[in-house]
Unconditional design. Structure first.
Length: 144
């Protein structure tokens, strides 16, 4: 109960409420003892707040460390790629040219597939339209 901040707060509140009630009446406790009790409760709450802040700080530091490690890994990969490009620039140019040609061929293939799908959709829409028109004309003829 004392480990979680809410439990500590409720105990502190309950304790302070009791102190306020006893202070409004004639309390058997001296004023200095009430102040000491209040201060000890406040220090306990401050300690739990401090531990929560420390835990959050550790989590933040851990996340930052992970981010830095990931960034360092990405930088090392980038540096390695750049080093291979510097070592053999002609081969790098050929590789980039081959990659561009592959992307261009892939885009053309995707475009052809898209065109085929669009033509199929249009023909289906035409058929649905024709069927709907036939249905409408048959309904109009029945009505007359």
């Amino acid at each position: 109960k004392l480990d979680d901040p809410m439990g500590a707060f409720l105990m502190w509140r309950h304790h302070n409420t009791q102190l306020d009630l006893t202070s409004s009446q004639c309390s058997p406790f001296s004023k200095s003892k009430r102040i000491d009790a209040r201060n000890s409760t406040k220090s306990y709450v401050a300690k739990t707040d401090r531990s929560a802040r420390d835990a959050e700080k550790e989590e933040r530091q851990e996340r930052d460390k992970i981010r830095q490690e990931e960034a360092a890994a990405a930088n090392s990969r980038h540096e390695q790629i750049m080093e291979t490009h510097r070592a053999d620039p002609e081969n790098s140019r050929q590789n980039r040219k081959a990659e561009r040609e592959d992307r261009k061929a892939e885009m053309e293939e995707n475009h052809r597939g898209f065109d085929k799908q669009m033509e199929l959709d249009r023909s289906e829409a035409r058929q649905r339209h024709e069927q709907m028109m036939l249905l409408i004309t048959s309904m109009v003829q029945k009505k007359q």
